[in-house]
Write a protein that binds this ligand. Structure first.
Ligand SMILES: Nc1nc2c(ncn2[C@@H]2O[C@H](COP(=O)(O)OP(=O)(O)OP(=O)(O)O)[C@@H](O)[C@H]2O)c(=O)[nH]1
Ligand SMILES: [Mg+2]
Length: 301
């Protein structure tokens, strides 16, 4: 079954983001460190139009640190962007975000021809204007796919729980603007996808991560896709987690074996596909196979 999830609230949220982006100084794009490619929103690139962007590879605790470093190097090649990580035990805080966002704004301004306003002839007024320019309110908008950890990061930056968080997509329903201090404002936004998930392999990875509402996916399809992927790329981790003597060649064979081993069976002894699918997907989401990154950056020269 092709995966697609673009409910009305996302369309609305995308329109609302596009409407305020002109007033935003730095866009903070939160990505899933386990799948930085699949979790990159192509609409955002269009919307951003070269505005400074800080990318946060979040849930880095669930990703392979060596591959995360490669991704950071890959993203840092892009002009007017910076990339960093955040994780459960080492969350990015206000100091880091303000420091990096400030750096990006200075870089962006250095590339601009800023005409100094003509002197008003009144020294006090000129000083007030200069002060206002220096103390301009800066706006940061936090964006990203559903359930990637935007609100968690916003709360961490603010040092208190202002935004509701939860382990399911579409927890945040509308924009929320909060003052961090005299100079900085933060805007939390609802998680958004885009109308057509053209790369269906990437869509399945998103479904595995928990970015797509459970009612919009077939658990068994996602589990079959995931079992095949894990068999090909992480056979040792699979075998270790489930203590299996050997691994079958196909995703279906693997799920059958897992169902037998874990008693995911119906009363009549048939395999309970839903139950075994949930088991595999939940284990991945909880990081029970150990840190695991499903995508690598393109090869660099
Ligand atoms: N392991 C791990 N989990 C995290 C991390 N950051 C956030 N989470 C969890 O991810 C889930 C989603 O977090 P939210 O902050 O609600 O995500 P969101 O992007 O605001 O989600 P929506 O508003 O629904 O789009 C919650 O269960 C968080 O506890 C992290 O760095 N590591
Ligand atoms: Mg949220």
């Amino acid at each position: 079954m092709a995966i697609s999830w673009y409910p009305g609230h996302m369309h609305k949220a995308n329109k609302e983001m596009a409407a305020i982006i002109k007033k935003i100084d730095v866009v903070v794009e939160v990505l899933d460190a386990r799948m930085p490619h699949a979790s990159s929103n192509p609409l955002l690139k269009e919307m951003r139009q070269g505005k400074p962007c800080l990318r946060i590879l979040n849930k880095a605790d669930l990703a392979d640190p060596a591959i995360t470093r490669q991704w950071l190097a890959w993203f840092n090649r892009e002009p007017l962007t910076m990339a960093t990580t955040s994780s459960k035990d080492n969350r990015i805080g206000a100091k880091d975000v303000v420091f990096l966002a400030g750096k990006l704004i200075r870089k962006a301004n250095a590339g601009k021809q800023i005409d100094k306003p003509a002197s008003s002839g009144n020294a006090d007024l000129d000083a007030l204007r200069a002060w206002k320019q220096e103390n301009k309110k800066q706006h940061i908008m936090i964006v990203g796919i559903p359930n990637v950890g935007k609100s968690t990061i916003m709360n961490q930056i603010l040092g208190k729980k202002i935004a509701r968080t939860g382990n399911e997509p579409a927890v945040t329903k509308g924009q929320q603007r909060v003052r961090l201090n005299d100079n900085w404002y933060l805007v939390d936004t609802p998680g958004v996808l885009w109308p057509r998930l053209e790369d269906q392999d990437a869509a399945y990875r998103l479904a595995l991560s928990g970015a797509i509402r459970n009612t919009a996916i077939e658990f068994t399809d996602v589990a079959l896709f995931s079992a095949q992927l894990l068999l090909e790329q992480f056979p040792h981790q699979l075998q270790q987690r489930y203590d299996l003597p050997s691994l079958p060649a196909t995703g279906e064979g693997f799920l059958q074996q897992l169902a037998q081993a874990r008693g995911c069976l119906r009363k009549d002894g048939d395999i309970d596909w839903n139950k075994v699918s949930e088991l595999l997907i939940h284990d991945y989401r909880a990081g029970r196979f150990g840190p695991m990154t499903l995508e690598r950056p393109p090869l660099q020269d």
